[in-house]
Design a protein around this ligand. Sequence first.
Ligand SMILES: NC(=O)c1ccc[n+]([C@@H]2O[C@H](COP(=O)([O-])OP(=O)(O)OC[C@H]3O[C@@H](n4cnc5c(N)ncnc54)[C@H](OP(=O)(O)O)[C@@H]3O)[C@@H](O)[C@H]2O)c1
Length: 314
Amino acid sequence: MIKSSDLRMTRIPLGHGVGQMPALGFGTLISDPALTKTATRDALDAGFRHFDCAERYGNEREVGRALQAGLAAGGIAREDIFVTTKLWNSNHRPERVEPAFAGSLDRLGLKYLDLYLIHTPFAFQPGDNQDPRDQNGDVLYDRGVTLLDTWKALESLVDHGKCGAIGLSDITLSDLRPIYESARIKPAVVQVESHPYLPETELLEFCKEKGIVFLAFAPLGHGMKPGLLEDPVISAIAARVGKTPAQVLLAWAVQRGTALLTTPRSAARARENFDITSLPEDALDEINRIQTRRRLNPVVNTGVPGFIPKGRGV
Ligand SMILES: NC(=O)c1ccc[n+]([C@@H]2O[C@H](COP(=O)([O-])OP(=O)(O)OC[C@H]3O[C@@H](n4cnc5c(N)ncnc54)[C@H](OP(=O)(O)O)[C@@H]3O)[C@@H](O)[C@H]2O)c1
């Protein structure tokens, strides 16, 4: 457990000496282009130095422009921020990986990426249609490529100095193990949904044992209501320690040794979500004893993105 009281600058080493990831990450899953720009800039101004993007989010250009403007205005160097983007499911064929990577880099306006992730382990029919479906509306998967084939193409991006580290997202422990065993360059990061209702303890233990950074998305339960932000245990701790429920949830995530991605959409929320201090051990224990279990995003089962609409969660 981390003892420091100020968690804002927490950094987690990536394996094999390829640098460190700021634990507090800003996620760019925002559909509105104008809001993408203001929220990204607000996050940078609030102190976030870790930005999570994806070709699937369709807004790499807006994120890139906001970052360029923010870096210039704040006198912040490129090396002071950590930028990730992700390979989409329709680009799993090895020959599509480098062009997809180059396209993301171009849209973001960057010369290199700190981290490139395979967005999900599910290969869709290769092509420029990100959501290929048959006449019944069922997803067209690509049986002609394995996850290891795609992983090897990512390894060659690292070999050619195009990105610092590579990893996986939306993967289960049973699918991660064989890739970990076969990989020449081991995954540096695994990005999955995680919060007190989905602690993913077994996966976290595996990651800690292997030196893989566990990066939690939806640490606030995606802001779904009713949900984690109204949980009575979280609310009571927040009142006791003089923090907001969001700050309690983010501190818990950092103190259990994970990095996280949160998506505040206003300057005030960006400042709130960055202002994280450590919780006492008894508060951490109380959160760890929460019994509710709920997955909010079924992408891990299908490769199809999206949170489960309110009221239909399992
Ligand atoms: N790998 C994957 O498949 C995958 C899937 C999903 C997400 N992600 C990544 O993870 C990132 C974070 O996921 P997420 O958006 O679910 O994170 P989150 O931070 O748990 O949820 C964001 C929601 O919480 C609300 N919120 C933020 N700060 C708040 C605060 N201080 N108080 C109250 N409500 C607050 C926001 O509401 P308002 O809109 O009202 O501000 C927003 O709707 C994404 O942007 C993306 O980068 C990855």
